[in-house]
Design a protein around this ligand. Structure first.
Ligand SMILES: Nc1ncnc2c1ncn2[C@@H]1O[C@H](COP(=O)(O)OP(=O)(O)OP(=O)(O)O)[C@@H](O)[C@H]1O
Ligand code: SF4
Ligand SMILES: [Mg+2]
Length: 351
């Protein structure tokens, strides 16, 4: 793997759950992120996928230092950034920028596009001297495929896809090394999703970027990710290269998610096994003991309630080799090909 740019270890974010009107007291915690570990290599794209509420956006905010974790560390080029303050914090924030999900609400409607994209320079004036900012903004518009003449227009004058391009240009303004994209295409029409993903893909080599790309659907990240981590209730339950996760998943949750991915070819769709999960996702205030997936897992046994499965190569695979051998937090991990490989190759997802 490439030299690591981000190393996340034991990352936890618990929000206190308060009760009472006059005298508020803490009665529990929302365990939004509950022990996340991963490494992002330089120039790599790590996809993070999971259902709504599993903690993806919280991870994104922690990575961008918009919030402090309850525990754990995030190392950027070897330095733990979770305890920085003042100038050092500001410097590292510049290097890890976020692209948000919703291009409708994340752009200030009363600001021109030029001011929106150039706003980061107000916070980091050292990056671009005042006299040079307009030129830079025009250049950024061009880079994301928008006409630089649009610099004085307002967000409402653009389509959803164009607005996301504006959000990306803003994310690039400070020349960051890492971009955390939190569901950057989920709010867009399917036809536009591929264009925005292709744009991000192209910018990666041009600007030497490393990406954390968050999505709730495995089909969206396949095209852009080198590796994929699958999240469930605040934790990554399986992580591996794109081929390992899509073609050789070993965690029951990943297998269930994959069985729901749209397969365009009707014949392949016929052959695919659907795994329907029963039961609701448990509340992050009340996480099941042992394996957190056990209340919905068709393979659960007694051991699953007693022992937390570590995110590591599972027992049954130790000493073996091949794409099924990768980190999977399951006591009874087994390889299962859910999506026929040719279906996964052919247009499974945008792009
Ligand atoms: N500031 C907060 N205070 C209390 N609870 C929070 C806070 N932020 C998030 N949560 C809770 O933490 C959990 C994880 O939320 P998060 O937004 O990270 O999930 P997500 O995976 O991004 O979901 P979605 O796919 O819907 O965007 C949810 O149960 C959410 O309600
Ligand atoms: S550890 Fe048990 S409950 Fe958890 S995923 Fe594996 S089989 Fe299912
Ligand atoms: Mg989210």
């Amino acid at each position: 793997m490439a030299e690591p740019i981000l190393e996340v270890s034991g990352l936890v974010k618990h929000y206190p759950l308060m009760q009472g009107v006059l005298f508020k007291k803490q009665v529990g915690a929302v365990k939004a992120v509950d022990g996340v570990d991963f490494t992002l290599g330089k120039g790599e794209t790590l996809g993070i996928v999971g259902e709504s509420g599993c903690g993806k956006s919280t991870v994104a905010r922690l990575l961008c230092n918009l919030e402090r974790p309850t525990a754990g560390s995030i190392r950027f080029k070897g330095e733990d950034i979770t305890r920085l303050s003042g100038k050092a914090l500001k410097a590292v924030r510049r290097n890890i920028q976020m692209v948000f999900q919703d291009p409708y609400t994340s752009l200030n409607p009363r600001m021109t596009v030029g001011d929106i994209i150039g706003e980061p320079y107000e916070i980091h004036p050292e990056v671009a001297p005042k006299g040079d900012r307009r030129r830079r903004v025009r250049e950024l518009l061009d880079v994301v495929g928008l006409n630089p003449e649009y610099i004085n227009r307002y967000p409402h004058q653009f389509s959803g896809g164009q607005r996301q391009r504006i959000g990306i240009a803003r994310g690039l303004a400070l020349r960051p090394q890492v971009i955390v994209a939190d569901e950057p295409v989920s709010a867009l029409d399917v036809s536009v999703q591929a264009q925005v993903i292709n744009l991000l893909d192209g910018l990666q080599s041009e600007f030497d970027l490393s990406y954390v790309f968050i999505a709730h659907d495995l089909s969206i990240v396949r095209h852009i990710s080198d590796r994929v981590g699958v999240m469930y209730l605040g934790r990554i339950v399986e992580i591996g290269s794109d081929a390992e996760i899509y073609d050789h998943p070993t965690h029951p949750y990943t297998q269930a998610l994959l069985s729901a991915v749209p397969v365009p070819d009707p014949e392949a769709r016929e052959r695919r096994e659907r795994i329907i999960l029963t039961g609701d996702v448990p509340s992050p205030t009340n996480i099941p003991s042992g394996c957190r997936f056990r209340t919905r897992c068709w393979k659960a046994q007694e051991r699953c309630a007693l022992e937390v499965p570590a995110l590591a190569v599972p027992e049954g695979f130790r000493g073996a080799s091949g794409p099924a051998v990768h980190d999977s937090a399951c006591h009874f991990a087994e390889e299962k090909q859910v999506v026929p490989p040719e279906a996964a190759e052919n247009g499974n997802g945008p792009g």
